[in-house]
Structures are given as C-alpha cells and as structure tokens.
Design a protein around this ligand. Structure first.
Ligand code: ADP
Ligand code: ADP
Length: 221
C-alpha cells in the first residue's frame, strides 16, 4: 500500500495521515516532520533547510529525494507507506517514478484558501510525534498539552500569516500541477479527490470509502 497525500498547506494532510496509517498499518513519511527533526537536532541538513523553511520556500529537490529514498529503504516501509507533503514538485514526482517506486493511490484534499489561514495560524503540534491540534477546531484535552504524552505543544515557526501566504504561492506555483500529473499518467494510481472543507471525521470517512476500492486495501487485516 503506497499512498500519497496531496493538498495545500493546512488542508489536513497530517491530521488525516494519522488515521490512514493506523488503518493500513503503514508508516507516515512526512518530509516536513523529518526536516523539522533535522533542524531541531542541528544536523547539516537541518542547517541547510532552516532558513528556506522559515521563509516559506521549498527545500531543494535533490536533498528531499535523497532523504525520502533513504527513509523508504527502512524495513518498516516494506509493506508500504504514506507520503505526506511529498512529492511537492514535478522533479520530485519524476524521481520516485524513475526509481521504480509505484504508487497505488493519490488522495488529494482540497480546501478553499479562505479557511487555510485560520487553520494554520491555529495549528499546534507535538514535535516528537507530529500529532497536530487546532486551538478551536481540534483542541487537545488539556490546553497546550499533547493528549498522549502530556508534553507541551508548540506553534511552528512558519505558521504565521506572512509565511503562510508565501507557502500558498509556492503551492500554486510548483505543487498544484501534481494533481494533473497523476491524473493524466497512463496506468496511473487511483486518484481520489476529497472535499476537505468539512469536519475531520467527514473527511476521514470519504478517504476510507475511496481507498476501500483498492485491491490491496484489505491486505494485512
Ligand atoms: P497539513 O498537514 O495539510 O498542513 P494539518 O493536518 O496540519 O494540515 O491541519 C492544519 C490545521 O487544521 C491543524 O491545526 C488541524 O488540527 C486543523 N484541521 C485539519 N483538518 C481539519 C478539518 N477538517 N476541520 C477543521 N480543522 C482541521
Ligand atoms: P504543511 O504541513 O504546512 O504543508 P510541511 O510540514 O509539509 O508543511 O512542510 C514545511 C516546510 O518544509 C515547507 O514549507 C518546505 O519548506 C519544507 N518541505 C517539506 N516537504 C518538502 C518537499 N517535499 N519539498 C521541498 N520542501 C519541503
């Protein structure tokens, strides 16, 4: 089961990724989470990525493709994985194709731009796990604490209005074209588009119904 989640920043990719990964027993591969870990750990990759991320730009395709290829070579990816926030450009999508990595389904979460700013500025995350909350729409049980560990939640440094506007520009310029790329691919993956403007549980239900059409959907159960 190899899946890709597409959608603009704030669409709910990370939120839905948790449900999909739990259901299909595959790891979530979030390039954003991986880069944030690298920044926090102070690695060379982290240093290279930080200023680009803070400005709302995209990290270079070569760095990202290298990171992802290394990650999917891990044993836990043998039965599949879910890409969240990757690929984000045509060269990234082409790199996985030419490496022979076949994808079973693409789930595109569409949301109107008018709600994105509110979603992102209200987002709070648990750094270690990537769990995501929203101060109004999806609050933690105890304010500012992760439900599972009780650790403090943080607001991402790039989750401010000015940066979100830049990230949305990058999305329109470089990433939006990926839905056509996959829809037009000959013998391409199942392409599922869900309306992400509704409640988290409504979106999850649509995704699960859509993915149940995949022949591999019942493996592992
Ligand atoms: P992405 O990974 O696509 O950037 P997230 O999953 O992190 O998006 O969601 C962005 C913010 O919006 C988070 O604060 C999350 O709790 C909230 N959120 C996600 N899905 C919904 C939804 N369907 N309705 C309301 N808020 C949502
Ligand atoms: P969001 O959840 O808001 O869509 P992410 O957590 O996926 O954001 O990504 C945060 C930042 O990390 C991006 O703005 C970008 O700088 C960098 N990044 C993450 N994934 C990629 C990627 N596949 N290609 C290039 N840059 C990336």
């Amino acid at each position: 089961m190899r899946l890709i989640l597409l959608g603009p920043p704030g669409a709910g990719k990370g939120t839905q990724a948790k449900f999909i990964c739990e259901h299909f027993h595959v790891p979530q591969i979030s390039t954003g989470d991986m880069l944030r870990c690298a920044v926090k750990a102070g690695t060379q990759l982290g240093h290279q990525a930080k200023s680009i991320m803070d400005k709302g730009g995209l990290v270079s395709d070569d760095l990202i493709v290298g990171l992802v290829k290394e990650r999917i070579a891990s044993p836990d990816c043998q039965n599949g994985f879910l890409f969240d926030g990757f690929p984000r450009t045509i060269p990234q999508a082409e790199a996985i194709q030419s490496a022979g990595i076949n994808i079973d389904a693409i789930v595109e979460i569409s949301v109107s731009e008018s709600i994105i700013i509110n979603r992102i500025t209200g987002r709070r995350i648990h750094m270690a796990s990537g769990r995501t909350y929203h101060v109004e729409c999806n609050p933690p049980k105890i304010p500012n604490q992760d439900d599972i560990t009780g650790d403090p939640l943080i607001q991402r440094e790039d989750d401010h209005e000015e940066t979100v506007i830049r990230r949305l520009d990058e999305y329109r310029r470089l990433t939006a074209v990926l839905s056509d790329f996959y829809r037009q691919a000959a013998n391409g993956p199942l392409f599922l588009r869900v309306d992400g403007n509704r409640s988290i549980s409504d979106v999850t239900r649509d995704i699960m119904v859509g993915l149940s059409r995949l022949p591999t959907a019942n493996d592992g159960h």
